[in-house]
Design a protein around this ligand. Sequence first.
Ligand SMILES: N[C@@H](CCC(=O)N[C@@H](CS)C(=O)NCC(=O)O)C(=O)O
Length: 202
Amino acid sequence: MKLFYTVNSPYARKVRIVALEKRIQIGLLEVVLADPDCPVKQYNPLGKVPVLVLPDGESLYDSRVIVEYLDNRTPLAHLIPQDLTAKIKVRRWEALADGVCDAAVSVMLEQRKPEAQQSSAHIEKQFDKVTRGLNVLNLDLAKKKWCVNEKFSLADIALGCALGYLDLRFAHLNWQESYPNLAKHYNVLVKRASFKQTMPVA
Ligand SMILES: N[C@@H](CCC(=O)N[C@@H](CS)C(=O)NCC(=O)O)C(=O)O
């Protein structure tokens, strides 16, 4: 199995952390999406990372499909609960954490445009999503040790990847100050080997 990824993609990081936590060996193929010869389009018509290519040549995307596939490859330490109620809770955390990333990525891309072409209305709308998302994540986490059912899961991984991405791209937001529950949880997550090994690179 090989994974097309970029070092700073929070979605690809989520997949890499799941593979590390589950001790599943995957070959990592770093790509540059802006490169006209970037091979990702051959495997994912949407041209996005992550893409997991299976030994039989089939390719899997997006990150949510890949993590479900990996989690079911081995019974070791399930990161997505088998019980439906718990599973839906975990996947909702993931949806919100990924959604915060979607909005943050959108701001980052807008801010990379020449200043005259940037839309401040677009940036404000996307930042509102980030803020509302963080608010809900912080309230839902409250003082709990883990996001769902007192057990480390994909919910914690997705949340950690979203927070790591905000640190990378928008350090000035200083989200740790406004969202103390998230800050405490993030400090625990970043001590895990899987998080350390996949830290984004400024
Ligand atoms: N929903 C997708 C999002 C993937 C995504 O947006 N990846 C970004 C990198 S962070 C990308 O490949 N962007 C290239 C593009 O949109 O053309 C997932 O969870 O895998």
